[in-house]
Design a binder for this molecule. Sequence first.
Ligand code: C5P
Length: 222
Amino acid sequence: KKQINIAIDGPAGAGKSTVAKLVAEKLSYIYIDTGAMYRSLTYKAISNGVDVNDGKALLNLLNGLEINLINKNGKQLIVVNDADVTEEIRTPAVTNQVSYVAKHSEIRREMVKRQQQLANIGGTVMDGRDIGTHVLPDAEVKVFLTASVDERARRRHEEQLAKGQQSNLEILKEEIRRRDKIDSEREVAPLVKAEDAVEINSTAMKITEVVEAILSLVNERE
Ligand code: C5P
């Protein structure tokens, strides 16, 4: 069977990574989490005291970073210059700064180049904000996955409580709204549905239903 590329875009907390991982598993494809790449750079910028508003300094930092997404026993590890940063890139500090890092055109240009290289052999499920519009404009299947802000915040809240972390639903809603706003209003490659993407609103759907919907889009193409 021909190995295609599947692009999944959408706002924060819509369930992209959960769904993308399951779709990749079903098809024996590779899952590529592009948000983790922006998060890795943000984490390094914070640790090295690099200003997230300084695009040139960030690019300089990024040029010295090898970011590897490694699939190990069904888990995805993020390794930057040989250090495992899987946990570190999910902290609130990184989450709240990453959208500033992702605004810079020079950073996006380099990230897009790296992402295109990862997908050039096909057989990938890539999730992010600009995959269907900029990274893989020729992806055979494009999905724009959304859900209401309340539902997305509720899911994050449950996730954090399940991990035994502190969580405040109202603060989560605020943070999600703020990140959506920066991602949707930025000048370079803003979060927007590609014209040829299929929108799936997952507010009232189960994860398995979303996965099935995407798999049937894949089947229609084959
Ligand atoms: O997907 P995740 O929430 O981990 O993405 C973190 C941030 O990285 C997003 O809020 C966005 O600012 C940025 N991002 C992006 N383009 C992508 C993936 C992520 O700008 N393709």
